[in-house]
Design a protein around this ligand. Structure first.
Ligand code: NAP
Ligand code: ZN
Length: 367
């Protein structure tokens, strides 16, 4: 998640003649306000997508407030984008005008390194993020809190007809971010026990994938507030409150794997205790401060701690097709564009069940 340097305004206007409109944070207050900017013309391999829906990921919140110290302002966030293709370049194979399309966290990579050769563009050192990154033409990328976007078709997924566009938008980041490590670390097998830490946007989708894989799924949350819905609505088998040592004790040594989605500094020791021998905890949440890592409990039971960042494009298409087959979408609160700052405040307090999605197509209008 590399930072970017300022590119000149003149360069931006020269190479990006198309007018676009969106919501941008202009400083680390994170307040989003109307922003007129430009995008490139549709190139030979590009599709232009009219954005209809865009999910609000906690990464958007980290970035608009510069919590990772990598933000270049103004920043237009948004990497859970679903919309309609309005233009295609002559080389485009996968799309025609009018098709539904999904765009996630990446819009470019080198296509020639080992990672790219292995369909792991997400680990390419030249990977270009959907926003707050430098594009190949030297301009800064702007995300999906905007009316339209131009993207190389390689980084656009075919959006399954069966899925609701608003509810499935969060799969483009939250979905692939939890699906990918479940596949990579063999946490997709029936009879295995999966722990999901943090029942937010990523976490609630992880529960749904875990159940679709036939696993036993236990949620580990900071309070009991989400317990009933986790079990009754999302289908979790069990629910632990991380601050309750007695409850945590009952599940010690029972989990094959844990997907840790927590967005803030937290104590990992009680979570490591939940793992079986050779159990794996995969970190996908990105707290803005380092965590303390007690090594002894890892060593004593040969436990594994790993990290994972989104997923490659092939796997992103596989994930969304799997979601369509198993009727997996996010539980969302659909909001108007002018509610976005209130939504950010609520997201900071984990006060959303479970993902805000902006109704861009109907409510984002140029001032
Ligand atoms: P979210 O909707 O805000 O969910 C995060 C959850 O973490 C909250 O709902 C809360 O769950 C729990 N939590 C929050 N503060 C906590 C604290 N101080 N201690 C313990 N638990 C806490 O966020 P999200 O959109 O799912 O994103 C989660 C994290 O993943 C963010 O850091 C985001 O930047 C990162 N992310 C990483 C990738 C990647 O590729 N690795 C991709 C997308 C997002 P409970 O209410 O259940 O406690
Ligand atoms: Zn995200």
């Amino acid at each position: 998640m590399a930072g970017v340097k300022n590119s000149s305004k003149a360069l931006s206007e020269e190479v990006q003649p198309r007018k676009a409109f969106g919501l941008a944070a202009k400083d680390s207050s994170g307040v989003l306000s109307p922003f007129t900017f430009s995008r490139r013309n549709n190139g030979d391999d590009d599709v232009t997508v009219k954005v209809l829906y865009c999910g609000i990921c906690h990464s958007d919140l980290h970035i608009i407030k510069n919590e990772w110290k990598i933000t270049t302002y103004p920043v237009v966030p948004g990497h859970e984008i679903v919309g309609i293709v309005t233009e295609i370049g002559p080389n485009v194979q996968k799309f025609k005008v009018g098709d539904k399309a999904g765009i996630g966290c990446m819009v470019g990579s080198c296509h020639s390194c080992e990672a790219c050769d292995n369909n792991l563009e997400n680990y390419c050192s030249k990977m270009i993020l959907t926003y707050n990154s430098i594009d190949v033409d030297g301009t800064i990328t702007y995300g999906g809190y905007s009316d339209m976007i131009v993207v190389n078709e390689h980084f656009v997924v075919k959006f399954p007809e069966k899925l609701a566009m608003d509810k499935a938008a969060p799969l483009l980041c939250a979905g692939i971010t939890v699906y990918s490590p479940m596949k990579t670390f063999s946490l997709d097998e029936p009879a295995k026990h999966l722990g999901v830490v943090g029942l937010g946007g990523l976490g609630h989708v992880a529960v749904k994938f875990g159940k679709a894989f036939g696993m036993k799924v236990t949620v580990i949350s900071t309070s009991s507030k989400k317990k009933e819905e986790a079990i009754k609505t999302l289908g979790a088998d069990d629910f632990l409150v991380s601050s309750d040592p007695q409850l945590m004790q009952t599940a010690m040594g029972t989990m094959d794997g844990i997907i840790n989605t927590v967005s803030a500094k937290h104590d990992v020791l009680p979570l490591i205790f939940l793992l079986k021998t050779h159990g794996k905890m995969i970190m996908v949440g990105v707290p803005n401060a380092p965590l303390e890592l007690p090594v002894f409990p890892l060593i004593m039971r040969g436990k594994i701690l790993a990290g994972s960042s989104i997923g490659g494009m092939k796997q992103t298409q596989e994930m969304i097709d799997f979601a369509a087959k198993h009727n997996i979408t996010a539980d969302i609160e659909l909001i108007k564009a002018d509610y976005v700052n209130d939504a950010m405040e609520r997201l900071a307090k984990a006060d959303v069940r479970y993902r805000f999605v902006i109704d861009v197509g109907n409510t984002l209008t140029a001032a």
